[in-house]
Design a protein around this ligand. Structure first.
Ligand SMILES: Cc1cc2nc3c(=O)[nH]c(=O)nc-3n(C[C@H](O)[C@H](O)[C@H](O)COP(=O)(O)OP(=O)(O)OC[C@H]3O[C@@H](n4cnc5c(N)ncnc54)[C@H](O)[C@@H]3O)c2cc1C
Length: 720
């Protein structure tokens, strides 16, 4: 479902990318209701499938096998993804207050925020690691493995003696041995009796299996404190530990309590239709809900089974129809990875392990993740066959710019615009008008949507547009907005325009820029633009004053074009995209100020790529450039996508510059022609000033890199 084809009337917001909400979205992709705009809010760009966690910990599968990339899932259904966490639900205003301070409006809600495993033990928050959220745990586990010194055998202590802890212990045991760490200890501490919820036969069986693997289970052990090197038990005994993991719980997250919503012990109380009691337009599902039946425990199985009911009931509620009930099964099969070839079967009091159990578990788990992969494959196939809106293949951001070669030839018509007040030339980042003794810089920029989140698009577009003013060494002071949004109900239009203004203001207010006017209209897709004014007392920086011997400096990595093009094709890692959006959202005003004091020439690298913007400097300054290719910083994930031949829409146009680029390296140099949205500043600086710039940049949190130098010669770039 493409958001551009829909007429949205109301907002459905999914809080948390738990199993139920993810499956709901998959179902939505097949038979969606185009009048509901779907938004997913989750703190991470991925969702971990619980069934695959042990295999991931054990190193028996890859992250891609065990995790759902939420950027891809949201793109598949035309949903907005907001990377944030909801701290409070304001029922009166129908608003969600997020951790970053962002406010999101809703008409319908599905809450699927799981549970936590953080114990109220002194020192745990500083020195311990909770198994939930699963994705964060996986990161910590990998870091721990990298830090292990084989000479001093590591001790892992797990707090909580339930099924999760034994499953995790077996998985850790497999991985440590696989990593050639032969000497280690795994200890499980249980305040009562381990595996207390299982039959005595199953308890005995699991304990015997743990013994075979030398996993120690210590019962009736209450942990009082966690230190940086171990644990203290209630009886005062100290136990050394190198990695402390909590598998207690589940414990409720705070959201229901802080929002004063009907809950039992912190879990949202729902009726049999999964609707939150006393809350007309909200459902709660998975671990965070308290279902009115004893049989439903906090397990991924129930979260998965609730998805079709949630799907039906959201549709029914939006049509004012009677809701259906969730009928939980009374028992379910538990399958636990034991080693790399066998798994343990637990059901109806039975317990045994076998190779076929491992195959069964592997089949079930892989099928779950495959469902999501199939969805993106199906859409990609449709796009390639032209069945899906072909415009979707046109990149967003700067990837959809008109190429410079076309632009240059059209702009020749403007040669009669000379005036004594205009001190800039075509090719400078902004127009400069001299008024008495001061200089007014003027620029305009707009971006086609590269995300369904208009707030984020607006924020990044504001930073992107400011790049031109910063590159001139000017201080921005006013902005005019140009907004095109798709047709939708008045309510959604109002919310969207407000989000765009909020997103822009989150940047402009910090920069001292006032929005003083603008224009809005309805159209086929979201396009956000800003016309900006900047002020300076001295002549602004231009691109024609670069000197031989100058060092070429870049303020942030390259690769936004290829990463965004990959995202459109469901390629690339969620975390890489999140990192990219964070970097694109960051102001460069502080580093621009440092650079403008010493740079001979400056520009921002945007649609025409590094080669295009550097060629602009060398041709206007009449110098040549040498680029040290392996010094060019790239965003994580860029090389993988380049290796898959993923390129932005404007790539071929940008590649026309290659006739002025002499490539002497054997590396793939596609990145030189990759368009950048909210890209780095590129400055040419006298060699004696470089160290000072790099040091100042570090203090401001910028990794400025010297990527080349200017030499005598014709305006060519030599890539070494
Ligand atoms: C080691 C281990 C092994 C397990 N093995 C199994 C198993 O084999 N089978 C099984 O059925 N169960 C298993 N479980 C239990 C299972 O993990 C949970 O029951 C299941 O993950 C619950 O799913 P959920 O859909 O409720 O939420 P989750 O999958 O926990 O997802 C909740 C999501 O909400 C997000 N979130 C949290 N707070 C907020 C907020 N305020 N705003 C926005 N987003 C938020 C989280 O980051 C997360 O992405 C295991 C648990 C552990 C710890």
């Amino acid at each position: 479902m493409n958001s551009e084809e829909s007429f949205f009337e109301r907002d459905l917001v999914l809080i948390g990318a738990g199993h139920t909400n993810c499956l709901f979205m998959k179902m939505w992709a097949m038979k969606s209701n185009p009048s509901l705009r779907v938004t997913l809010i989750n703190p991470d760009p991925i969702s971990s499938y619980t069934g695959m966690l042990p295999s991931l910990v054990a190193g028996l599968c890859t992250k891609a096998d065990a995790q759902i990339n939420l950027f891809g899932l949201c793109r598949a259904i035309g949903a907005r993804l907001i990377i944030d966490s909801v701290e409070k639900i304001d029922r009166k205003k129908c608003q969600l207050i997020c951790k970053t301070g962002r406010i999101v409006n809703y008409d319908l809600l599905s809450i699927n925020i799981g549970s936590s495993s953080i114990p109220l033990i002194n020192g745990f928050k500083e020195f311990g690691c909770s198994v939930r959220p699963l994705a964060a745990f996986q990161e910590r586990w990998e870091k721990f493995l990298q830090s292990v010194n084989v000479k001093s055998p590591p001790v892992i202590c797990i707090i909580g003696g339930g099924l999760a802890s034994i499953e995790l212990s077996f998985a850790m045991d497999i991985r440590l041995k696989k990593t050639k760490i032969e000497r280690f200890k795994i200890k499980i501490f249980e305040r009562g009796k381990a595996f207390g919820k299982l039959s005595s036969n199953q308890q005995r069986y699991l304990k015997s299996k743990a013994k075979l693997r030398k996993i120690e289970i210590i019962e009736n052990a209450i942990i009082k404190e966690v230190l940086n090197n171990g644990l203290i038990k209630k009886n005062g005994e100290f136990v050394h530990a190198d990695f402390v993991v909590s598998c207690i719980g589940p414990n409720p997250n705070d959201l229901f309590k802080t929002s004063k919503i009907e809950n039992k012990d912190g879990y949202g109380s729902v009726d049999k239709t999964l609707r939150v009691i006393g809350f007309e337009n909200a459902f709660a599902v998975g671990d965070c809900a308290n279902f009115p039946s004893q049989v439903v425990d906090k397990s991924g199985v129930y979260a998965v089974r609730q998805a079709p009911i949630l799907y039906k009931n959201i549709l029914k509620l939006s049509r004012n129809e009677e809701l259906v009930q969730f009928k939980p099964q009374s028992d379910y099969l538990k399958l636990i990875v034991y080693d790399s070839t066998s798994a343990i079967f637990l059901r109806n009091g039975l317990a045994f392990s076998a190779k076929w159990v491992w195959s069964l578990k592997n089949f079930i788990d892989k099928k779950f993740i495959k469902n999501f992969k199939k969805l993106s494959e199906m859409i990609t196939r449709d796009m390639a066959n032209g069945r899906n809106n072909s415009k979707k293949m046109l990149c967003g951001g700067c990837g959809s710019k008109v190429g410079n070669v076309i632009l240059e030839s059209s702009l020749k018509k403007l040669s009669n615009t000379k005036s004594r007040h205009i001190v800039s030339k075509i090719g400078d980042d902004a127009a400069v008008i001299k008024i008495n003794s001061s200089f007014q810089s003027l620029t305009t920029d707009h971006l086609r949507s590269f995300t369904n989140d208009a707030w984020l698009q607006s924020k990044i577009t504001a930073i992107h547009a400011l790049g031109d003013i910063w590159a001139m060494g000017s201080a921005p002071n006013f902005a005019l907005t140009n907004i095109v949004i798709p047709e939708s109900s008045n309510k959604i239009q109002k919310r969207t325009v407000e989000e765009i203004i909020d997103g822009a203001n989150s940047v402009f207010m910090a920069e001292g820029v006032k929005i003083v006017g603008g224009h809005t209209s309805l159209g086929k897709e979201t396009v956000i633009g800003f016309t900006l004014g900047g002020f300076s007392k001295s002549q602004p920086k231009t691109v024609d004053k670069a000197c031989v011997g100058d060092q070429i400096i870049l303020t942030k990595p390259l690769g936004s074009g290829v990463l965004l093009a990959g995202e459109m094709r469901f390629e690339g890692e969620g975390q890489d995209l999140k990192n990219l959006f964070d970097a694109m959202s960051r102001s460069q005003s502080s580093i621009a100020e440092v650079l403008s004091r010493v740079a001979n020439a400056m520009t921002d690298v945007t649609g025409f790529g590094l080669a295009g913007h550097l060629l602009n400097i060398v041709s206007k300054s009449n110098v040549a450039a040498k680029l040290f290719f392996d010094q060019i910083p790239l965003y994580s994930g860029v090389n993988d996508l380049i290796a898959k031949h993923i390129r932005s829409s404007i790539f071929d146009n940008n590649y026309m510059y290659s006739e002025k680029v002499i490539i002497k390296t054997t590396a793939n140099t596609d990145i030189l022609f990759d368009p950048q949205t909210s890209g780095p500043l590129l400055a040419t600086i006298p060699i004696g000033k470089v160290r000072g710039v790099i040091t100042a940049g570090k203090e401001l949190g910028f990794e400025c890199k010297v990527i080349g130098e200017l030499t005598n010669g014709k305006p060519y770039i030599e890539v070494l």
